[in-house]
Design a protein around this ligand. Structure first.
Ligand SMILES: O=P(O)(O)OC[C@H]1O[C@H](OP(=O)(O)OP(=O)(O)O)[C@H](O)[C@@H]1O
Ligand SMILES: Nc1ncnc2[nH]cnc12
Length: 181
């Protein structure tokens, strides 16, 4: 599987669009939409993302970009995908977790009833920056009764320290990234 991860990493090197000063001055934005639009890159990335957690029984995709990768990754593992949504999108009773990120603040929500009691969940997203988003996802899933077996992200922005921040908050969750820049 290391060969798949390396091949997917090469596709990220080739296709990720780097945009200075977006969505606000000072942020160097990594846009994965060209990767998603390339069939070979998308297939490799889906397989690389699930490689670290082959026994997961459910994938959790984080709104919005994590939805796209989470869905294809879940298909490649043969499991379902759980949508972790931003506020105001899910009807009925929800659990919520707030967090800060590089360019603002946000929250994630889930229906507790959508998480099976024995779920072994792999959290998937496109970018690990400060780590606030995936840490909130882990807290949310645990409150819903799930076991978080891993976090798998396409691109890690190493200078923003997300991996260390996540280790401080969620020390027992293995974190895998296809490429660290
Ligand atoms: O590690 P962090 O500092 O928390 O940042 C990473 C998050 O930032 C981006 O999402 P964003 O909130 O911009 O939402 P989007 O997917 O709806 O564009 C990205 O898709 C990650 O979810
Ligand atoms: N620099 C960045 N590029 C893309 N997504 C991000 N999420 C947080 N920071 C980001």
């Amino acid at each position: 599987m290391d060969a798949v991860v390396e091949a997917a990493g090469q596709q990220l090197d080739r296709l990720v669009r780097v945009q200075p000063d977006f969505p606000q001055p000072g942020v160097l934005f990594r846009d994965l939409t060209p990767v998603l639009a390339d069939a070979m890159a998308l297939d490799l990335l889906a397989r690389a993302l699930v490689a670290p957690a082959p026994t997961a029984t459910l994938v959790a995709g984080i709104e919005a970009r994590g939805f796209l990768l989470g869905a294809v990754a879940a298909m490649s593992l043969g499991v379902g995908v759980l949508a972790l949504r931003k506020p105001g999108k899910l009807p009925g009773e929800v659990l919520s977790e707030s967090y800060d990120l590089e360019y603002g603040a946000a929250a994630l929500q889930v229906h507790p009833g959508d998480v099976p009691a024995d779920a072994r969940v792999l959290v998937i997203d496109d970018v690990l920056a400060t780590g606030g988003t995936v840490a909130a996802a882990c807290r949310l899933l645990r409150r819903a009764g799930a076991e978080v077996v891993g976090v798998s992200v396409a691109v890690e922005l190493a200078a923003l320290g997300g991996r260390a921040a996540l280790a401080r908050q969620e020390a027992d969750v293995p974190v895998s990234t296809v490429r660290a820049w």
